[in-house]
Design a protein around this ligand. Sequence first.
Ligand SMILES: *Cc1c(COP(=O)(O)O)cnc(C)c1O
Length: 409
Amino acid sequence: MASHGMRGSGLATPCYVVDSGLIEANLKVLRGVMERTGAEILLAQKAFSMYTLYPFIGQYLSGATASGLYEARLCAEEMREPLKASGRKIESHIFSPGYREEDFQQILEYCDHIVFNSWRQVEKFGARARAAGKSIGLRINPECSTQEGRAIYDPCAPGSRLGVTIERFVQGMGSSTDPAEGADCEGDRKCGNRGNLLQMLDGLHFHTLCEQDSDALEKTLDAVESRFGAYLPAMKWINFGGGHHITRAGYDIPRLERCIRRMQEKYGLKVYLEPGEAVALNAGFLVSSVLEVQGNTVILDTSAACHMPDVLEMPYRPPLQGSGQPGEKPFTYRLGGPTCLAGDMIGEYSFDEPLKEGDRLVFEDMAIYSMVKNNTFNGMPLPDIVLRETDGRYRIVRRFGYEDFKMRL
Ligand SMILES: *Cc1c(COP(=O)(O)O)cnc(C)c1O
C-alpha cells in the first residue's frame, strides 16, 4: 500500500506527495476519450501546475490551458519546449476575463488559442491576435445552471461576469465602438456591418461545470444549441471548458463521447475539453504529523487555511487514509491546524487506535487545487513537493523554507 510507504517513508512533514502511476492512470482514461472521439483534451493548469510532470502529461494530452500570462509561459517553457525535440506539438490556450495591454504581446508569443470574455475584449485585442495567426474564441454563458446551491462555482448564476449571454452576444457582435478600429475599416465592405466582430471568431468556449458528470454536460449542450445553435456552423471549434470529472469512478464516459460526437457531426466542429481536476484526481496526498493531542482535539503540522484552502473555501472534508466518519471507529477526533485561525479545522474523523504525538496522517486527493493555492499565512512553512516515481521511490522535487515566506512580503 502506498499509504504505508508514505507513513513510514521518512519524508519530512508536511509534504505533498504526487503519485506518477496514479497520474498516468488518469491520463490513460483521458487519452482513451481522445482516441475514440478525436476530441482534444488540455490540462487546465490552474488546478495542477506541478510542471515536473508536464513533459509526461504532454505525451498523453494535446496541451494545456492557462488563466493568464504566467500559466501560459509555464506551459510554453515546461511542456512545449521539452517536447519539441520529440516532434510533439503542444497546444497552448488561454482564457481570461480581462487581458492587460502590457501582457498581450507575450501572450501572443506563448498561446495558440486566445479566448475572450466579451465583445469589447475581442474588439480591443482581436485584430492583433488574428494578425499573429491565433485562433480566436469567445466565452459564452449558456445560462444553464447545473449545480445547486454553489453560486461561487457557478458561472451561470445571476449576474455572472463570466461569458456572454445570447442577449449580449447578439447586441454586441456587430458594433465596433472603438474609433481607431473604424478608421482601419475604410474600404472594407464588411466593416461596420453587423457580423463584423462575429467574423473574428474561430470558436465558442463555455465553462459552466464543476466536478460534474456528463449528464450535466448534455443538459448544457442543449442550452448551448438552443441559444447559440445558429452561430455554431460558422465556427471551427467549440471548447467545453472544465469541471468534467472524467476520471472519477462511475463517470459516464460513453455519454461524454456522445456529447463530443454530437458537436462534431452536427456542426463539423473540433471539440476541446480542458479539465483540471480530472487530470490529477485522487493522485496526490498531503502527509502530516500529529503535534499534540488535547482530548478530542488534535493539532497537526498542516493547516487547512494554508495548505488545503479549498477545505475551507469549497468547503469539503478531505478523505483521510485509515479513518472513518465520526463515531464509526472507536476514537473520534477533530483535526486542526497550527495557525491562529479558529476555523482552521480540517474535519472530524474516527480511528481504530488513539492518536498520539508523531503519528502520521495521510490526506487523500491533495494534488489538485492544493499546491497552486497554498500560502504562508501566519508564517506557515510550505509543504515539500514530492514525486512518487512509478518504481515506488520518492523524489523531493521542491523544498521550501524561510526565504519563500519572506520574499513575498
Ligand atoms: C477552472 C477552469 C477549468 C478547469 O476546471 P476543473 O474543475 O479543474 O476541471 C477549465 N477551464 C476554465 C475556463 C476554468 O475556469
